[in-house]
Design a protein around this ligand. Structure first.
Ligand code: ADP
Length: 576
């Protein structure tokens, strides 16, 4: 590859070389043709003078004198003179003996002259054995008859010597001009390429991160402007680079100070960025650049990562690892086509929850036996005491019943929480559940004079469920529906919609105000405490329902209008 200097210098050199050659060639051509023309004119004039001098002698046929005159003239003008008779016989020649000369009638210049023209020719002279330039003219008598041909001639060697001398001079001058031009071009090319070279070297330095680079140039032209802009650009890049580095450092510090494991994946699952905590959680080192598949071995965590990479979107999931609990939250960032995942270690929180749960379960368990004993003795006492005392005993009995209900519900709740996802799944025909529940509550429905409708879709599939727990759900919802409905109807609707099992329990009861709807699934939350208590409620029923539905990976929502009624909607995944 050629450098810019070589290209500019070489280009000019070639141009000048071509130009010089052309000048030389055309000068030579012009000089040669001009010189010939001049020479021929001179020979022509000379020949006219010769004719004036020899005409008389030719007419007198005094060839001896003629020969001596041409010799004298040759001495004076240094030109060969030949006089030829119309029949081609040489009458006189200044350089040769006529007696030995051959007939000249076939010479081209003589033929032309015999035709009355000026004959010229440049050819080899067989007489003098060298190349000669000839000029011949006819010699007329008074009657305008050609009586001879006068020919003057020059050795072409002489002619060319002169032309060559002139050409040599032109050549020398051209070479000098050429040499000076080369020096000039060399300096010109360097002055053009040096600043470019400087800029190229400077940009190379900048590329390696050296922002102290400065191009010092005094040129007042476009290249000077370029250098000025380059220096400004480098300063700007340096400032931006410093800013970006600072904000990256800040970002790194921030992310590294996070308690959570932080990781950014590309759409293929390759780790683009992560903090130390992420590596600590996975007990791995230098995971950046690796695919998550190669560093995560735990199945549930791997499943979460795969879901994030394959399905994108955002999701949150609690993951139970052998030695810790993780709260994993992932989000797909569409603009960058990247996935951000945060792993929050919630082992401590989970352990605290477990302690709390254990306390509640233990206390409930311990309370159950004395409470059952108290209830037994109260029932015995009821029969033994008088009417006045019986009133007080009945109050004690009601409160004992309430306590027993609370303890019972708390035990159910802690059992569900403890078991978590450990459900006893078996094939369940939903008709059986509905039949059992209806049987339990039939007397109460009749007692309250409510109408009841139960509809289950034909071909509703057999589902894999924890039968006992789902029955508990239906009992709690049905119990509430009856408790909080004084007139009207209660209906249950079971169907399959969009691949999910849809279970709806609807009543025309008192409804739930919108402010309470959000908190209705919290433990011990009741809308109207005294009414709930009067009806034997504990505020734990819906909490139990929600836990069981979540354990089945389902969802529970509700629609309600105060005074009009309430509808609980359960969606369960269809696992057959
Ligand atoms: P409780 O034992 O008090 O019924 P739940 O957890 O089952 O406790 O219900 C919480 C509260 O939600 C109830 O106290 C009641 O105010 C309200 N509630 C539940 N079901 C219904 C319903 N079908 N109609 C009106 N209110 C209801």
């Amino acid at each position: 590859m050629f450098s810019i200097f070589q290209k500019i210098f070489g280009g000019f050199l070639l141009g000048i070389l071509l130009l010089s050659s052309l000048i030389l060639y055309f000068s030579y051509q012009t000089i040669e043709s001009d010189y010939h023309e001049n020479l021929e004119l001179q020979l022509d004039n000379l020949n006219h003078i010769v004719i004036l001098k020899v005409k008389e002698l030719v007419q007198q046929k005094d060839y001896k004198k003629l020969d001596s005159i041409v010799n004298v003239m040759d001495d004076q003008i240094n030109t060969r003179i030949t006089i030829i008779a119309p029949d081609g016989v040489v009458l006189a020649d200044s350089r040769h003996n006529t007696a030995t000369m051959e007939n000249h009638s076939d010479r081209p210049e003589i033929i032309k002259a015999m035709n009355g023209n000026s004959g010229r020719s440049l050819r080899y002279s067989s007489t003098l054995k060298s190349e000669m330039l000839y000029q011949a003219l006819p010699v007329y008598n008074e009657k305008k008859q050609i009586i001879a041909v006068s020919r003057v001639s020059l050795l072409s060697e002489k002619v060319y010597n002169l032309i060559n001398k002139i050409t040599q001079r032109i050549f020398n001058t051209t070479v000098i001009v050429f040499l000076f031009s080369i020096i000039g071009i060399w300096f010109f090319s360097r002055s053009l390429t040096n600043p470019i070279k400087k800029l190229a070297q400077a940009s190379k330095k900048v590329a390696t991160g050296d922002f102290s680079t400065f191009v010092d140039m005094n040129n007042k032209d476009e290249i000077g402007d370029l250098a000025l802009n380059f220096n400004y650009m480098v300063k700007r890049i340096e400032t931006l680079f410093t800013e970006v580095t600072a904000s990256k450092e800040q970002m790194d510090n921030l992310i590294n100070s996070l308690q959570e494991g932080f990781v950014v994946l590309d759409s293929e699952g390759v780790i683009l960025y992560n903090n130390r905590e992420f590596e600590d959680i996975l007990e791995a080192n230098y995971v950046k650049g690796q695919n998550f598949e190669d560093i995560i071995s735990e199945k549930t965590l791997l499943k979460f990562f795969r879901k994030m990479v394959n399905k994108k979107g955002s999701r949150i999931k609690e993951i139970d690892l052998p030695d810790k609990y993780l709260l994993c939250s992932g989000k797909y960032i569409e603009s960058n086509d990247e996935i951000i995942i945060l792993l929050h270690d919630i082992t401590d929180i989970k352990e605290l929850e477990k302690i709390k749960r254990d306390i509640v379960a233990n206390v409930s368990h311990e309370l159950r036996t004395p409470l059952t004993a108290i209830k037994g003795f109260i029932e015995t006492l009821e029969d033994e005491v008088d009417d006045k005392a019986r009133y007080y005993v009945s109050i004690v009995k009601r409160h004992t019943d309430r306590l027993i209900n609370i303890v019972k519900d708390l035990l159910v709740l802690s059992e569900i929480e403890e078991a978590g996802t450990k459900l006893v799944l078996k094939d369940v025909n939903f008709n059986d559940i509905l039949e059992n529940v209806t049987k339990i509550y039939e007397p109460k429905i009749k007692e309250k004079n409510l109408s009841f409708e139960c509809h289950i879709e034909k071909d509703f599939p057999i589902l894999k469920l924890d039968m006992f727990k789902i029955e508990q759900v239906m009992i709690n919802l049905f119990d509430n529906a009856i408790k909080y409905t004084d007139t009207g109807s209660i209906s249950i609707n079971v169907s399959k919609v969009n691949g999910e099992a849809l279970i709806e329990v609807e009543d025309t009861g008192i409804g739930i105000p919108s402010d309470d709807r959000k908190r209705i699934f919290e433990r011990f939350y009741t809308v109207d405490k005294s009414r709930s208590r009067k009806l034997g409620g504990t505020g734990l029923g819906l909490s139990i329902v929600k836990h069981i539905i979540l354990a089945h990976n389902g969802k529970i929502t509700l629609k309600s209008m105060p005074g009009k009624g309430t509808k609980f909607i359960i969606r369960l995944p269809v696992i057959t």
